[in-house]
Ligand binder design. Structure first.
Ligand SMILES: N[C@@H](CCC(=O)N[C@@H](CS)C(=O)NCC(=O)O)C(=O)O
Length: 103
């Protein structure tokens, strides 16, 4: 592949992506608040890194350290900034403050 092909491929890839922000979500697989938070991100076609931490106390401990002690699931981060849980994500969106963090 020529270098220009790589550049074009990268541009197409970026065009398909709705966000440049790094979105991370810690979740449990059977957790209604996690599903609700992911549904909002999916509706906005936002890519995110999901850490499913079912039964993994060590991972939950690490999450809590990043999340100012919060241990409920989900916990969401955008560009390493702690957003909070599902309700916090929706509140941020209602205030019109989520999209600017994602773009
Ligand atoms: N208000 C929180 C509620 C989250 C919540 O209660 N999550 C449940 C799982 S669906 C949980 O973590 N329960 C265990 C705990 O609170 O220790 C949010 O919006 O994220």
């Amino acid at each position: 592949m020529f270098a220009k092909d790589g550049i074009i491929a990268s541009a197409i890839c970026l065009m398909g992506k709705k966000t440049m922000a790094a979105v991370e979500i810690y979740s449990w697989s059977r957790c209604p608040f996690c599903a609700r938070a992911k549904a909002l991100l999916d509706r906005k076609e936002i890519d995110y890194q999901e850490y499913v931490i079912d039964g993994d106390e060590e991972a939950r401990e690490k999450m809590a350290k990043r999340a100012n002690g919060r241990r409920s699931l989900p916990q969401i981060f955008i560009d390493d900034r702690h957003i909070g849980g599902c309700d916090d994500l929706y509140d941020l969106d209602d205030r019109g403050e989520l999209d600017p963090l994602l773009n």
